[in-house]
Design a protein around this ligand. Structure first.
Ligand code: 3PG
Length: 211
């Protein structure tokens, strides 16, 4: 693996995690790795996010990123904690430029041709496509991939076992993101065995895709 993008592409799946308690980070990381998915996007929607990134990244066998990054300060916090990529729901020049200064991969959201052109002007070529389900889904990505031949997408939002293959079948899709294998209530409830099972099922489903 030469970088986080290679790791995300190899996995084909990015689990989007909301952690209420950083104490859950270690068992969650073990559950993901045990399920065959050494990748996580830890969303900065909770106070536990930075510490959770630190715990997961310290394992050394996972590609750990920060999600829901809205500010430059959050970029700094995420990178200090060990995040190797930074995901945002939309396109922020300030966030992207801070990622570039810090040398981490920025994966901002873009769902229109105008947003994609703005991202290209910032030197990006891989973008989150969020919220995928309500932004046209696989058909929209396929249509946008025609004029933006070099752009790759990570559709997230409304992706699950029922439509995973529709996304992964598109050559422009690098990976899909989703929370279905890491339900917040299972994390809260300590059901890490269940998360390992959901994760291994998701990995099996993704690896069976024609990608
Ligand atoms: C999110 O922002 O929560 C992610 O896009 C995950 O969406 P999902 O819960 O629909 O998988």
């Amino acid at each position: 693996m030469s970088g986080p993008l290679d790791a995300l592409s190899a996995a084909g799946l990015v689990p989007v995690v909301v952690l209420d308690d950083a104490a859950d980070a270690a068992p969650l990381a073990a559950a993901l790795v045990g399920g065959g998915l050494p990748v996580a996007e830890v969303t900065f929607r909770t106070e536990a996010a930075a510490e959770a990134v630190r715990i997961m990244a310290a394992r050394g066998d996972m590609t750990v990123g920060a999600g829901t990054v809205l500010t430059v300060q959050q970029v700094d916090d995420a990178v200090a904690a060990g995040a190797s990529y930074v995901v945002s729901p939309g396109l922020s020049r300030a966030v992207v430029e801070r990622c570039q200064e810090k040398g981490v991969l920025a994966l901002p959201g873009a769902v229109t041709a105008t947003e994609i052109q703005a991202a290209l002007e910032l030197g990006l070529s891989t973008l989150k496509f969020f919220p995928a389900g309500t932004s046209g889904g696989p058909a929209a990505i396929a249509a946008l991939a025609a004029p933006f031949a070099g752009v790759r997408f990570v559709p997230t939002g409304g992706v699950g076992p029922q439509n995973l293959h529709d996304y992964l079948a598109i050559p422009a899709v690098a990976a899909v993101g989703g929370s279905w294998m890491v339900p917040r209530d299972r994390i809260r409830g300590g059901d890490f065995a269940g998360i390992t099972r959901l994760t291994s099922e998701a990995v099996a489903l993704a690896s069976g895709s024609a990608v």
